[in-house]
Design a protein around this ligand. Structure first.
Ligand code: UDP
Ligand code: MG
Length: 326
């Protein structure tokens, strides 16, 4: 008898796939998203989807709750306020119980139809399968160029190889999820964290669609900050740069000093050079302030990490049936 009940309690043989969907003010598109997800997941065995409501101010939570009444594969994790996409994904990973976890945007820019290809690659032995954009339709030239420049810069500065043209849309095996979950830093640059853990990695190409409904929450200021986060979380190159710029300026000023001395000895000391003096002073002042700022960026992050606050707070959690079974 005991054996039978144990059997029933055991995970079904087929691996479970958890889909993590961060959602911030996505009420308009969620039903459509869920339909397409359901369609795409058919035939992939047991799966659950975890909608992380990232402190939405619209009806996102109500929509998920309504969906939940019709589909017990849905879990809802509702955060106490808006923590940002990176943290919302972290919360989703914490609550995902699947053998593989897929992270996907709620706005249908990441087509759910790609998931079977991700799962296939995972089953063929890869731990991390990221979806790589073939095209970036619906994005401006400026956004494309700046994104491109950022990836190039990251590659050159850190020893971390960030895959190009990828967002957070990807599949991770259980051991990758467990590894990522151990990285509890406050300043979360998910793409970097995903790359940091390593493990056998491959990619699947897809075409990125324009947003289905609503507007993007990213403006250039936010993107700039994300880029700063990426750089400061994974490399201390800017600090090194400060050292070398300082060194170069010191060397140059040495050469210049020799020139001034020689000139004074040969042709005397006519008082001149106010403009050049001003230029040099301002230049050095500027360089110093800039690098103080760079040090400040790092110091601020150290400060934030030392507080050891929890990454997010959950206001409401409603598990899926898969989780209850497991
Ligand atoms: N998102 C979130 N919290 C935020 C901002 C965005 O959970 O503070 C979610 C959003 O609901 C969507 C995904 O992150 O599912 C991507 O957001 P968005 O489409 O605004 O970014 P983009 O596609 O422009 O990179
Ligand atoms: Mg989007």
């Amino acid at each position: 008898m005991l054996d039978i009940s144990l059997l029933a309690l055991r995970r079904p043989w087929q691996p479970t796939i958890s889909v993590v969907v961060p959602a911030y003010n996505e009420a308009d598109g969620l039903v459509r998203f869920h339909q397409r997800l359901e369609h795409a997941m058919a035939g992939l065995g047991h799966w659950e989807v975890i909608y992380v409501n990232d402190g939405s101010t619209d009806r996102t939570m109500a929509v998920v709750e309504a969906l939940q009444r019709t589909d017990d594969r849905i879990a809802l994790v509702s955060l106490s306020r808006n923590f940002g996409k990176e943290t919302a994904i972290t919360a989703g990973l914490d609550y995902a119980s699947g053998d593989a976890v897929v992270v996907i945007d709620a706005d249908l820019q990441d087509p759910p139809e790609v998931i079977p290809a991700l799962v296939a690659a995972w089953k063929s032995g890869f731990d991390m399968v990221y979806a790589r954009r073939r095209s970036r339709t619906g994005e401006t030239w400026l956004k494309r160029t700046t994104a491109d420049g950022f990836y190039r810069l990251m590659r050159r500065m850190g020893d971390l190889k960030l895959p190009r043209d990828t967002g957070d849309f990807r599949l991770m095996s259980r051991r990758v999820v467990d590894a990522v979950r151990q990285l509890r830093e406050q300043h979360r640059f998910m793409k970097g964290l995903f790359a940091w853990v390593g493990y056998p990695t491959t990619f699947v190409l897809y075409d990125r669609a324009p947003r289905h409904t609503g507007v993007t929450k990213w403006n250039y200021w936010k993107l700039w900050n994300l880029a700063l986060e990426g750089i400061t979380s994974f490399t201390v190159m800017p600090l090194k740069l400060a050292t070398y710029v300082g060194l170069c300026i010191a060397l140059l000023s040495g050469v210049y000093a020799v020139q001034v001395i020689v000139k004074t000895l040969i042709i005397g000391n006519p008082v001149a050079g106010y403009p050049s003096l001003m230029t040099v002073t301002l230049f050095l002042g500027g360089v110093q302030l800039m690098f103080l700022g760079v040090i400040g960026e790092y110091l601020g992050r150290v400060f934030n990490e030392t507080k050891q606050r929890p990454l997010y707070l959950v206001e409401r959690y409603a598990p899926s049936a898969v989780k209850v079974e497991g």
